[in-house]
Design a protein around this ligand. Structure first.
Ligand SMILES: *[C@@H]1O[C@H](CO)[C@@H](O)[C@H](O)[C@H]1NC(C)=O
Length: 408
């Protein structure tokens, strides 16, 4: 019986830890040779934020997908100028995938196209170019924006076609977008030399899966590229695969006038590593609030990150001895001191399991609830391992982890 219990906890521990402890890394895959393809903002914004023009309001065209005869091999441009109430969208993919998209698109929330009063203004930020400033008090869980992509490109086309084939087709695809979205697309920062559109996409794309064996695409969200980077961000983001949107959410209280920032680096890595990655990916060093601390503060911060890793290693290993409540309280303190409110999902989940293994149902349930909230905020609903947390909330004493560490 004991063996069975331990085995089930062991496999659950693996299942629980992996996705959550890895969600902290940059979520979009390399499109070039560099390991990470994230974007770090700098003074390199070329164009100012487009000022909304006062034009006579015209009703948007109806939402309707059109196939064009602009193709390369099996990949063609599909366009929908009425998509999202006139926002518009283009896709470079196969006919089978555009069919999948049409089915999935029904789940896209209205808010992805029209957000009548977003909680921010786009503004010049001293030393940083353009950024987002909150224009009211915000709290954890508040939505900043939910956006559908401006362009979606099949992975094979993007990764395998040569630039000579990609460039003209991409250029045509972008030229189909309505002017507002097209301008926003072209205003994005691009870091790589060569074709501008290719470079923008390589710097600012997210993986999206339409399902099936051939469903991998890259999506670009021009408005999202306006967030500046900070290793200790006040906003978390995720790609919601169900609604095919990019969702950004506040992770701690934000004052009116404060800049809204997201992290493009793994916040849990030590500063040297973050610098290295920023340099490899963008050609300059990370200069966010956390990267530009004094030497003394940097040392302290790196030490805390090391300790976080070490405690989490212990908590995630069923065979660890000497797991204590003190250790878990310490972990929470470290997260707080490091301002890692956007990365709490994995830590809360580990705490829930470990409190339960120590026979502390009250704390186990408390952290399981916090874990569900944080994981959904960071990764979206429907994370498979959250079922384990919900079972724990319903019945901690009947849960397979109950008192799993006692006597060990
Ligand atoms: C914040 O700014 C947006 C424009 O980006 C505006 O629509 C909204 O009403 C403003 N909110 C407040 C509280 O001023």
């Amino acid at each position: 019986m004991r063996v069975v219990l331990i085995l089930s906890w062991a496999s659950a521990a693996v299942a629980i830890q992996k996705p959550f402890l890895s969600t902290n890394s940059c979520p979009w895959k390399p499109l070039s040779s560099t390991e990470l393809t994230c974007r770090l903002d700098h003074d390199q914004h070329t164009s100012p934020s487009p000022t909304p023009k006062e034009t006579k309001p015209q009703p948007p065209p109806p939402s309707k997908w059109e196939a064009t005869d602009q193709c390369s091999g099996k990949f063609c441009i599909f366009k929908n100028l009425g998509f999202g109430n006139g926002r518009g969208m283009v896709v470079i993919t196969t006919p089978a995938n555009i069919k999948k998209f049409k089915v999935l698109e029904k789940a896209i929330p209205k808010s992805s196209s029209e957000q009548p009063s977003p909680p921010f203004i786009i503004s010049k930020i001293p030393g940083k170019g353009i950024g987002l400033l909150s224009n009211r008090t915000l709290h954890r869980g508040d939505n900043i924006m939910t956006k559908s992509p401006a362009i979606l490109i099949h992975r094979t086309f993007f990764e395998q076609a040569s630039p000579q084939i990609q460039s003209p087709l991409l250029k045509r695809a972008i030229s189909h977008l309505p002017k507002t979205l097209r301008d926003a697309f072209l205003a994005q920062m691009s870091h790589f030399p060569g074709d501008k559109i290719l470079s923008i996409l390589a710097t600012n794309s997210f993986q999206m899966d339409l399902g099936g064996k051939d469903g991998h695409h890259y999506g670009n969200f021009p408005e999202v590229s306006r967030f500046n980077h900070d290793c200790r961000p006040n906003v978390a983001f995720r790609i919601d695969q169900k609604t095919l949107t990019h969702v950004s959410t506040v992770v701690r209280d934000v004052k009116e006038g404060e800049e809204l920032v997201i992290s493009y680096l793994d916040s849990l890595e030590p500063r040297d590593k973050r610098q290295e990655r920023a340099k490899a990916t963008w050609g300059f060093e990370c200069s966010c609030s956390q990267c530009s601390l004094s030497q003394k503060e940097i040392k302290k911060s790196d030490k805390r990150l090391e300790e976080i890793k070490s405690i989490e290693g212990k908590l995630g290993d069923v065979s660890s001895r000497g797991v204590t409540k003190k250790m878990m309280e310490r972990l929470m303190k470290l997260y707080k001191e490091e301002r890692l409110e956007g990365n709490l999902g994995g830590a809360y989940t580990l705490l829930a399991m470990n409190y339960n293994m120590l026979g502390d149902a009250k704390n186990a349930v408390k952290y399981a609830k916090l874990g569900v909230e944080a994981v959904e905020l960071e990764s979206g609903k429907g994370q498979p391992d959250m079922e384990v947390m919900r079972e724990l909330i319903r019945d901690p004493r009947g849960h397979f982890s109950w008192k799993g560490r006692i006597g060990r």
